[in-house]
Design a binder for this molecule. Structure first.
Ligand code: SF4
Length: 339
C-alpha cells in the first residue's frame, strides 16, 4: 500500500476551455468546471486546469459476486466477478439500493489500491471477470480502464453495471477494454429522468452505441409501482429494446423494494412482474428474466426448439446445457459470451 495521490485524468477524457475552465467528458452531464470546482458526481475536479479523478484507487465496496447478481445471464454463467465501486454518482435516485456509497460526498483518505492489486485479487479468487458496479462506474472510468487493461493481460473480462449516461467518448473507448454491460433503463420518460434522477435521458443513445461498438449488452428495469409499471410504459421500453437492440437482448425485470428515500410505496407484486413478462414476450423479446423476488426459477430457453438450456434459482445455476455457444438439441446459436 502506498499513499494516495489524486490521479490526473488523461486529456482524452476532458477538454480545456478558456479561462482555466475544463469540460469533463466522462459522462453526459459534460460538466464545465472552474478551477477548484467538482462536478455533479462529486468525484471529478478541476485542479490547476487538469481533471483529477478523486476516487482513483479508493475502493468503497469490494466483493466476489456471482455474475448472475449483476445481473448478466448470457455472460460466463456460473462464474464469479470481482465487483468494486467507489463513492459518488451522477444520478440521485431516491430508491438507490447502494445509497450509502453512491450518495456519499466525503472521499475518505483511504489506502490506495492499485489496478494491479485489484487484478491480483481477481486472480487469487479465480474470478473470471471484474465488475465495475455498486455506484456509477463511468465516473471512475479512468480507474476502471486501468484495471481492465491489466485484467485483459490475464484473460480476465470486464463488465460495467451502469445507469446509461456514459459520455459518447467513454463508450467509444470501451471496445477491447470492457466486454459487457448491464444497463439500467429506469423509465421511458425524459421528464422523470430530469426531475427525479437529476440526469439526462440518454440511456437509449448509450444502449445503441454500446451495441454498435460491439459490447455484449443486457438491460435491467426496476419496476416501481406508480412510476413505470403501467403496461403502456413497459411496452415502450420493450419495443425500444426489440427494435433498436434486437430481440435477442436479455431484459431483466427486477422487483422494487422500498429503500433509501422511497418508502412511500409497496414492493412490486408478482402479478405486475408477470404482466411485464408477458408484455416483453409479446414485443418479441426472446430472453426475459424476473429478478429480486426470492427463489423464482429463471430459465433460458432455446428460441428455436424451446428446450430449457440454463436453469437458475436465485444466483445459482442448476444446469447449463449450452455447448460451444449453441443449443445442444437443435444447434441454434445462443447469443452471449459463453467462455
Ligand atoms: S463524471 Fe459526469 S458528473 Fe462527474 S464531473 Fe464528469 S461530467 Fe460531471
Amino acid at each position: 500500500m502506498k499513499t494516495l495521490t489524486p490521479q490526473i485524468v488523461s486529456e482524452k477524457f476532458y477538454r480545456k476551455l478558456s479561462g482555466g475552465k475544463i469540460k469533463c467528458l466522462l459522462c453526459r452531464h459534460y460538466c464545465e468546471l472552474k478551477e477548484g470546482q467538482t462536478g455533479v458526481c462529486g468525484v471529478n475536479k478541476n485542479e490547476s486546469g487538469q481533471l483529477v479523478n478523486l476516487v482513483y484507487g479508493k475502493v468503497a465496496a469490494l466483493n466476489i459476486d456471482p455474475i448472475e447478481k449483476k445481473p448478466l445471464y448470457h455472460f460466463l454463467p456460473g462464474t464469479t466477478a470481482l465487483s468494486l465501486g467507489t463513492v459518488g454518482c451522477n444520478m440521485q435516485c431516491s430508491f438507490c439500493q447502494n445509497w450509502q456509497i453512491s450518495q456519499e460526498k466525503t472521499i475518505l483518505q483511504k489506502d490506495f489500491v492499485s489496478p494491479k492489486q485489484i487484478v491480483d485479487l481477481a486472480l487469487k479468487y479465480k474470478a473470471k471477470s471484474i465488475a465495475y458496479t455498486y455506484n456509477e462506474p463511468t465516473i471512475f472510468y479512468p480507474y476502471a480502464r486501468d484495471i481492465a487493461l491489466e485484467a485483459k493481460t490475464h484473460g480476465i473480462k470486464n463488465v460495467f453495471v451502469t445507469n446509461g449516461i456514459e459520455s459518447i467518448e467513454v463508450v467509444k473507448d470501451m471496445p477491447g477494454i470492457i466486454d459487457a454491460a448491464n444497463v439500467d433503463f429506469k423509465a421511458y420518460d425524459e421528464a422523470y429522468y430530469r426531475r427525479e434522477l437529476k440526469a439526462p435521458f440518454t440511456v437509449r443513445e448509450t444502449l445503441r452505441l454500446m451495441k454498435q461498438v460491439g459490447l455484449w449488452v443486457e438491460v435491467t428495469t426496476l419496476i416501481i409501482p406508480g412510476i413505470n409499471d403501467a403496461p403502456e410504459h413497459l411496452k415502450k421500453i420493450a419495443g425500444f429494446i426489440a427494435r433498436n437492440l434486437g430481440t435477442e437482448t436479455p431484459w431483466h425485470l427486477s422487483a422494487f423494494h422500498p429503500d433509501y428515500k422511497m418508502q412511500d410505496r409497496s414492493a412490486t407484486s408478482v402479478t405486475t412482474l408477470e404482466q411485464a413478462y408477458d408484455i416483453a414476450v409479446k414485443a418479441g423479446l426472446k430472453f426475459v428474466y424476473v429478478g429480486n423476488v426470492g427463489l423464482r426459477k429463471n430459465i433460458t430457453y432455446c428460441p428455436h426448439c424451446h428446450q430449457a438450456l440454463i436453469e437458475r434459482v436465485g444466483y445459482q445455476i442448476l444446469s447449463n446445457k449450452i455447448t460451444d455457444g449453441k443449443c445442444p438439441y437443435c444447434q441454434t446459436k445462443i447469443p452471449g459470451i459463453w467462455n
